[in-house]
Design a protein around this ligand. Sequence first.
Ligand code: F6R
Length: 248
Amino acid sequence: MRIYREKDYEAMSRRAAQIIAAEIVHNPACLLGLATGSTPEGAYRYLVDWYKQGLLSFKNVRSVNLDEYVGLAPDHDQSYRYFMQSNLFGHVDINPANTRVPDGLTLDAKAFCDEYDAFIRAQGYVDLQLLGIGRNGHIGFNEPGGFFVKETHVVDLTESTIDANARFFASRDDVPKQAISMGMGAIMGAKKVLLCASGEEKADAICGSVLGSISPSCPASILQLHPDVIVVVDEAAFSKLAAAGFQA
Ligand code: F6R
């Protein structure tokens, strides 16, 4: 695990964008695993800027997203498909046919999830998987629990996640209670993982993931078993690691 300790959100975003851009330059037809939420917004902004400056092309890039809320249509302004369109896909030259986000409206979730995993496996897994992290240590929507779930699956969101995501909705009641999430099989199958976190509220989750025991009670701790993980955090998210004497 390589850890980049950056000054603030902006520096974290720039570093993450550099790592994603390097992957695209190195492998123009790479399969990127993408995340949504506040954490990657800044990195996507840098990537869009670099595309507009002619420094980067997404022409042959392919992508699969980690998750989507159950029940939200792609054009719902809180759906993750909508997020990807507004923060990245809509501003770069990626071929829309090469982008995948789980279908929150699927009528056959089991078949959909199986197909999603089959697609990722058939591509030889993701080249670079971008991850944010929940305050409870979730990655994708793999919530803390008694075991790690391998397959893409429908998950009941925890109260902590619903609370955290209520800020995006008119009221807490409007937050969907379920999501479709990639499982740990697809995440751990990625050739490289880029985990980003910003802010003090992520400090415990980051510390637990890096230094804690590997346990489904802190889902991101499974990344300790992955051979190629880059963690990019700002000072606030690093603070509990610093307090534990961890050097980066
Ligand atoms: C989003 C995702 C989630 C978020 C996590 C952190 O696609 O998979 O795991 O990365 O909930 O969200 P933010 O970045 O909004 O703090």
